[in-house]
Design a protein. Structure first.
Length: 257
């Protein structure tokens, strides 16, 4: 059975196993099972929702930054990220809710990303466009590499990406906690060679997670996961793309600093 380092996709695997009986019992009505095409369509819709929400906060943030008052923008970032984190947890533990929670997650992440992008754009003009194209190019390159077999998702590959992703998340968590005490964790914000190398490493790991997402969604669809899992699969892809985009912003800002 296939595995993923993405906790949301682990839930997808478990739900598919529990919800479905032997293959002969669920292939009769293909309209009620997950398909790759349906997941792709829903991913596109979630990206549009994220973009629309981001455009809203982008305009407000750019206007606020021009006036030198960001007091009304920072709450949107916290609402977006904290709310998105809560909704993501709910979706992971209750995939059946993904038809509602996945679009809600897209809205919340869009609110945060629009404001954050405005901050980066104000300091480094043109960086947001570069980060968007870099993210989409990485998505396309990873999909091509996966479909052509250039990247093979083996058990060893999964384990390596799992531990690398977990290590990065723990490092970021430590940085947040220590930040409350005025302690700066090295490499995350540094623009020197080590800081750039760290960001490049994180971008690579985030990109590799896309391959895991592709592999799991393809195999889950082949095994006949429930129809609502199309929303869940789209949600997992969006999570990875949001992470990848933020890391692209970090990397590009360090390169231009």
């Amino acid at each position: 059975m296939f595995r993923s380092s993405n906790p949301a996709l682990k839930t997808l695997e478990q739900t598919a196993q529990m919800s479905l009986g032997p293959r002969d019992e669920f292939v009769a009505d293909r309209s009620q099972v997950m398909t790759v095409e349906g997941t792709v369509n829903k991913t596109g819709l979630l990206l549009l929702i994220t973009f629309a929400a981001a455009a809203f906060t982008w305009q407000k943030a750019m206007a606020a930054l021009a006036m030198g008052d960001v007091s009304g923008i920072q709450p949107l970032i916290w609402i977006g990220f904290i709310g998105g984190f809560i909704v993501a947890l709910a979706t992971i533990f209750k995939p059946q809710w993904s038809t509602i929670t996945a679009p809600l997650y897209a809205v919340l992440e869009g609110l945060a990303l629009g404001a954050i992008s405005a901050f980066f754009e104000t300091r480094f003009p043109g960086i947001v466009t570069s980060a968007i194209f870099a993210t989409l190019a990485t998505l396309g390159a990873m999909l091509l590499a996966y479909k052509t077999g250039l990247i093979k998702v083996t058990d060893t590959f999964r384990k390596v990406i799992f531990y690398a992703t977990g290590g990065i998340m723990l490092y970021y968590l430590a940085a947040i906690v220590l930040g409350f005490f005025g302690i700066q964790v090295p490499m995350i914000h540094e623009s020197g060679p080590l800081g750039i190398a760290f960001s490049l490493f994180v971008v690579v790991v985030a990109a590799m997670n896309l391959a895991l997402d592709f592999d799991f969604i393809e195999k889950a669809s082949a095994q006949g996961a429930p129809k609502y899992m199309e929303w869940f699969g789209a949600f997992t892809l969006l999570m990875t793309l949001v992470w990848l985009y933020i890391e692209m912003l970090r990397l590009l800002s360090k390169l231009r600093d």
